[in-house]
Design a protein around this ligand. Structure first.
Ligand SMILES: NC(=O)c1ccc[n+]([C@@H]2O[C@H](COP(=O)([O-])OP(=O)(O)OC[C@H]3O[C@@H](n4cnc5c(N)ncnc54)[C@H](OP(=O)(O)O)[C@@H]3O)[C@@H](O)[C@H]2O)c1
Length: 287
């Protein structure tokens, strides 16, 4: 039974409108190029209506993979398709693996702390996830390839794309963890001192240092860069015809690039340009 008839799972018309509207998402994120206001993470501000960081990330990011899975399990039935090709399930699997890491494991189990966020940022990310899940889910669950023959002749591209996707994901995880280690180390130091002096713990919220390992030696947002590599590989798996995967990548860059440039300005102000040693914001040697 459909959750919202015509919308979830999406009718072809809803899906086409969603894809079209979502392709205009960079227009909405244009505010990030002109405003320095982005109340989340490093640049979060105090406000009583703020959402706690970990729960904010868990709720806003979970909607994507849950919606995509719901569409994968309901739309084929509505369209009278007995099965979906394995290529479709492979891409859906990549998406779900990434978001189980991003939406569940990172905020709830791995990250030592996450700054509170303004509900507006939460709402934008929630909308991003929903539009993206309908756009990709619709393509994967019946409006894109519907038989193994549709994937034939693309196996080499798919294999290369999967390898790029996997390296991108591993790179993203590695650099995320390098940031976590900064706070884990601060926590260990505080605990050792507390044991010696008997004083209470200060906590590691908002403890920041310049990350140095891996690609952080060249860019301040290496985790963002790896995520772009990951979704570029994902697009390669789907091929040029997979316009939802292209829109996803373009929209990620449209929101994360200005955020990384703003983050670089933040690092310069906090630590001084000299301490950054000529690091770029997000693309090694370029930006
Ligand atoms: N932001 C986006 O638009 C966006 C979009 C798609 C995917 N993502 C992915 O989501 C992940 C998180 O993104 P984000 O924008 O939250 O990244 P971020 O600002 O770099 O923060 C990531 C985590 O590391 C902590 N942190 C950041 N810089 C640190 C430093 N210099 N020293 C110690 N801890 C530091 C943050 O703590 P605080 O929260 O306390 O600052 C947060 O817990 C990334 O892997 C990114 O690829 C982000």
């Amino acid at each position: 039974m459909a959750l919202i008839p015509g919308i979830l799972p999406p009718s072809r018309e809803t899906w086409e409108w969603t894809c079209l509207l979502f392709s205009w998402f960079p227009v909405i994120t244009a505010f990030q190029w002109v405003l320095d206001w982005y109340p989340q993470g490093k640049t979060s501000t105090e406000w009583r209506f703020n959402i706690p960081g970990k729960w904010g990330w868990f709720t806003m990011e979970s909607v994507g993979f849950i919606t995509l899975l719901y569409i994968m399990f309901t739309l084929p039935h509505e369209l009278g398709l007995a099965t979906l090709p394995w290529g479709n399930w492979t891409m859906a699997g990549c998406f779900v693996i990434h978001y189980i890491y991003r939406a569940v494991l990172s905020p709830l189990f791995l990250n030592p702390s996450m700054a509170p966020m303004n509900p507006f940022i939460w709402l934008m990310a929630f909308a991003f996830q929903l539009f993206n899940a309908i756009s990709l889910g619709g393509w994967l669950a019946g409006y894109g390839p519907t038989s193994d023959a549709d994937w034939a002749g693309r196996y080499l591209w798919m294999e290369v794309g999967l390898v790029i996707w996997a390296w991108g994901l591993l790179g993203n995880m590695f650099h995320d963890d390098d940031l976590r280690e900064i706070r884990r180390a601060a926590d260990r130091k505080q605990r050792a001192e507390a044991e010696k002096t008997g004083k209470g713990l200060e906590g590691v919220e908002k403890v920041y240092m310049v990350p140095k390992n891996g690609l952080f030696g060249w860019v301040l947002y290496a985790h963002y860069f790896c995520e772009w590599v990951e979704w570029a590989g994902f697009w390669m798996v789907g091929g040029l015809a997979c316009t939802p995967a292209r829109t996803f990548l373009v929209n990620e860059i449209a929101t994360m690039l200005p955020r990384a440039l703003q983050g670089k300005r933040w690092y310069e102000k906090k630590f001084g340009k000299e301490k950054l040693g000529g690091r770029k914001a997000v693309i090694p040697g370029l930006v």
